[in-house]
Design a protein around this ligand. Structure first.
Ligand code: Z5A
Length: 223
């Protein structure tokens, strides 16, 4: 793989979508604070997300997250398998081809979401989830995971202000706290996960991200 795979993770309303778009613009030299170097590198930047990065994924996303689309509850194990199916399709149909042609892929959620939400949140077996993640990804890991670490209450308030509430956002505050604990545990045990203080303004959060990406671009020999 010659491209780079950068994942954004965190609880609801942490600003992943906002920050991914700002980072894409910065990388492409469009942002106000873009570096001169970025204008001279011919980068391809692809934004994608889970669930929903492919046509199959969009259909699965609708089933998984729209509260009224099914007239029955999706059982927890079925939910886990649907996220895995979305991921398997996403990896083969989109992420691998992008990385093979050298793109930088910015992905909103990946395997750590399953560990945090289905594992810590729902209480499903963590070992089983790891095995399933491995099956879905064929072992492909991110080059960097940025964990937008926001207080659960602040994140939920931001998500609610935005309007549409999905199925996960309807879950209890205790559920979201368990998810947050999942991310805390994951970041303790994996040096590729970098925590970002996401309680700050959009600009302050983006500055932290740009600082980390700048170091990575040097490490990865882009500049
Ligand atoms: N899920 C799962 O359970 N298992 C899995 O394996 C996977 C996913 C892959 C869909 O995720 C759901 O799928 C997710 C977990 C589950 N749970 N839910 N819900 P999603 O990524 O599509 O949805 P999300 O996590 O809820 O994302 P979000 O609410 O769209 O949040 P975000 O992308 O992190 O934030 P945002 O859209 O950029 O910002 C939210 C609002 O805050 C918006 O109005 C912004 O303008 C505002 N905002 C952003 N930054 C700031 C700052 N710094 N200050 C103030 N306001 C801000």
């Amino acid at each position: 793989m010659i491209g780079k795979f950068i994942v954004f993770e965190g609880v609801e309303g942490g600003g992943k979508t906002t920050q991914i778009e700002l980072l894409r613009d910065w990388l492409l030299g469009k942002g106000e604070s873009s570096q001169v170097w970025s204008k001279s590198i011919d980068l391809e930047v692809v934004i994608t997300r889970e669930p929903g990065g492919t046509k199959l994924g969009k259909a699965l996303r609708e089933l998984l997250l729209s509260p009224d689309v099914l007239a029955e509850k999706i059982q927890e194990t079925a939910e886990l398998l649907l996220y895995a199916a979305d991921r398997a399709q996403h990896i083969e149909a989109l992420i691998k081809p992008c990385l093979e042609r050298g793109a930088i892929v910015l992905c909103d959620r990946f395997i750590d979401s399953t560990i945090a939400y289905q594992g810590y949140g729902r209480g499903l077996n963590l070992e089983l989830i790891k095995q399933l993640n491995y099956i879905a990804t064929g072992g492909l890991e991110s080059d960097l995971t940025l964990w937008l670490d926001i207080d659960v209450e602040i994140g939920l308030a931001r998500a609610k202000n935005r309007g549409k509430i999905d199925k996960m956002e309807q879950a209890s505050i205790e559920f979201h706290r368990r998810v947050q604990r999942g991310y805390q545990e994951l970041s303790k045990n994996n040096s590729l996960i970098v925590g970002i203080n996401a309680n700050l303004t959009r600009e302050e959060v983006q500055k932290q991200i740009q600082g980390i990406i700048m170091q990575k671009l040097v490490e990865w020999s882009y500049i």
